[in-house]
Design a protein around this ligand. Structure first.
Ligand code: RI2
Length: 317
């Protein structure tokens, strides 16, 4: 059997996702689909069977990068379900069409979600954010586009400080920003009107998997009666959780938390670096999607409608 060649775009995309040069659940989904498109468009397969083997190998390479954001397997699922044809050329054409359709839907979904999230925001409101979420930014951008004047408290989000990206993009929208260390959030919650966060995965029971620190923020926000809003396109819904699977929490390099010299100067310690945590639905006021906003407990209905009862993994079939 001829050896399976992974397209350089797939390899490069996988490496960039693993290194978090490509990051954020929606961006990861778009890049994943694009890489699959390159694999299909420049396939070296001579038979339909070889084409399927190539795409499955490429999919597995992309899946092996980061385990938590379900947008990655959901992107693969969307494209695989649209692969159709008798010849390699037909299969490749349908794959590329599926990729284009997926990427277009991603853009549209984020615009629609932004318009819905913007309705929650009033002129003069202050929003507190955690990490960097393009879905959250879409809500704020839409509200600013409606002429609302907003300000933001932005958590830096250790260890990788993605809050800095949020701060920069909010400034580009002319939104005044106060950057704070993560531990200061409680101090500011009395002054803010909403907490807005994104999601990497949402489970069938409405639990929200998002950047580490989201859960404690949600608990404190509830204690202050500050609404906790999750902005998440439906590609963040994890259909595997319908059948009892749990979401795997990525554990990242200890070097992201502390450098070697500092660590050695402290002495013998263990370092933990879980990238995400799970916020139970009771601490979430609303999940804003492109199809409307939902209480977290009813998100299972949306999940069933979009994915059916049984989630498929077509890259293994
Ligand atoms: P969008 C990010 O994870 C953050 O946890 C963010 O809330 C989530 O992805 C969703 O991002 P990471 O990739 O899809 O920085 O809303 O670990 O852009």
């Amino acid at each position: 059997m001829a050896s399976i060649e992974i397209h350089p775009d797939v390899e490069a995309t996988a490496e960039e996702i693993a290194a978090m040069e490509i990051r954020g659940a929606a961006t990861i989904a778009a890049a994943t689909a694009g890489a699959l498109g390159s694999q299909a468009a420049e396939s070296t397969a001579e038979t339909p069977e070889q084409f399927h083997d190539e795409l499955q190998t490429a999919a597995q390479r992309l899946l092996d990068t980061r385990p938590t954001a379900v947008s990655l397997p959901n992107a693969l699922r969307y494209v695989f379900e649209r692969i159709d044809g008798e010849t390699v050329e037909e299969l490749a054409t349908s794959t590329v069409a599926g990729v284009d359709e997926f990427q277009h839907r991603l853009d549209t979904a984020q615009d629609d979600l932004g318009a819905i999230g913007a309705n929650r925001l009033r002129d003069g409101d202050t929003v507190l954010t955690h990490c960097h979420s393009t879905d959250v930014l879409a809500c704020i951008e839409a509200a600013v586009g409606q002429g609302k004047s907003l300000s933001a408290i932005v958590k830096e989000t250790r260890p990788r400080n993605q809050g800095h990206i949020t701060a920069k993009q909010l400034r580009e929208l002319d939104v005044p920003v106060t950057l704070i260390v993560d531990g200061a959030a409680g101090r500011y919650l009395d002054e803010v009107d909403h907490v807005f966060v994104g999601a990497d995965s949402i489970a069938a029971d409405g639990s929200v998997v998002n950047k580490i620190g989201t859960r404690s923020l949600a608990v404190t926000a509830r204690e202050r009666d500050t609404p906790m809003v999750v902005a998440a396109q439906t590609i963040k819904l994890d259909p595997a959780t319908l059948s009892g699977h749990t979401v795997e929490i990525e554990s990242r390099s200890e070097a992201e938390v502390i450098d070697t010299d500092r660590r050695e100067s402290i002495g013998e310690i263990e370092v933990g670096n879980p990238a995400f945590d799970v916020t139970p639905p009771r601490y979430v006021d609303a999940i804003v999607t492109e199809h409307g906003q939902f209480p977290p407990e009813s998100i299972v209905m949306v999940m069933r409608e979009l994915f059916g009862e049984h989630h498929r993994t077509p890259w293994t079939e």
